[in-house]
Design a protein around this ligand. Sequence first.
Ligand code: AHR
Length: 495
Amino acid sequence: AQQKATINVHPGQGREIISKHIYGQFAEHLGTCIYGGLWVGEDSKIPNTQGYRNDVLQALKDLKVPVLRWPGGCFADEYHWMDGIGPKENRPRMVNNNWGGTVEDNSFGTHEFLNLCELIGCEPYISGNVGSGSVEEMAKWVEYMTSEQGSPMAKLRKENGREKPWKVKFFGVGNESWGCGGSMRPEYYADLYRRYSTYCRNYDGNHLFKIASGASDYDYDWTEILMKNVGHRMAGISLHYYTVMGWSGSKGSATQFTDDDYYWTMGKCLEIEQVLKKHMAIMDKYDPKKQIGLMVDEWGTWWDEEPGTIRGHLYQQNTLRDAFVASLTLDVFHKYTDRIKMTNIAQIANVLQSMILTKDDKMVLTPTYHVFEMYKVHQDATYLPLELNCERKIVRDDRIVPMVSATASRDANGLIHISLSNVDLQESQDIELNLGEVKAKSVTGRILTADNIGDYNSFEKPDVVAPKEFSGAKVNKGSLKVTLPAKSIVVLEVK
Ligand code: AHR
């Protein structure tokens, strides 16, 4: 069966740039995200470049990662950066108290992270320790990374083998300071933000973009108090929103779920739009010129850990359902690109809604990776507003889910890209796609789908869910006619 939908894109109304940083990633010292996922060390049998896995390096280059957040998450507020510099054999071991009590050897520290960013060509986003670290410790970290010469920390950096400072723009002053980052009240955190950030200096032409630890989900009071008490002392304020069933009890399996569970997931994921709007309305009150960015620096699905994996390591599989959470959420972020300046999906490898899964020397790219890769054409392109009419379903918890999601942009070469998701599990969509004053001459596309919504890529079968060429779009008198198969995600390129 087939449903009908209409999309009217307005190329003439394109004003805002979709910040490439919306496609940001997050790497925490958690499970095997860093150790085993990104980093194996130079002596490993796994092929590597200076200790970084070659397969992962290449996959991340192909993804055009714009920015990478590190070292946490909750880990950040227990991390003491000085333990992760200097000769590796002298670095103390540490217990990762937040995530399963794993003992780490600190072989991946500041140099290893910032050099990785240089290798894959992305910007670093450092999360500083407010919860258990001192003002002095944070101030010295900034000095170590960014001051050119003369300062004691620049001298130490040079002794550790790095002559030139790195460029570090994005700097988070704490993480989840209402919870694992110190269990603070917003008034107290606001004061601490003011104090800590005062000493995070701009050295030698490096200009920090300081980001305050923001709210989780529906905590509008946190945003209100930070906007009031911190205001323009912060360049950005963060927000965390997970597509999760709840924080106690089972979160559900990543791979075993019913159609009803799937539609619920779409509803919960799309609820981010209402949540964003409420936080942004508060921000507008204190910052009508939209000078402070909203940084959704953690988002994505959170399921039960895969059976047989270590508790606290948050290792989960990733199905076509997760791919839809990625495409639908990115479509929402594009709409508010005048306020949303960065987002960081959690996380880059082996943790939660990952791009990449690794096991010893094997690597798979997840369906979510493929969405990010297909969508990379939207990075730094001009957002094109659109109207969309389609069928809707009322799902569990009375949420209303449109069966089609879409977003459009025009890149620097004038190419228009339109991303379309058909959420419906059974029906295909017959879409009439008008491009206003633009008359399409030709269209090409790629599609991501699978036989079942619960399909995923495993180490044995790594290509079950992978993009293919799409031939279901045709030019018709300057407009497009698209037949979008059930449960599919398509990105079109229009000339
Ligand atoms: O991404 C996993 C964890 O989720 C992060 O460490 C924390 O900030 C959040 O609660």
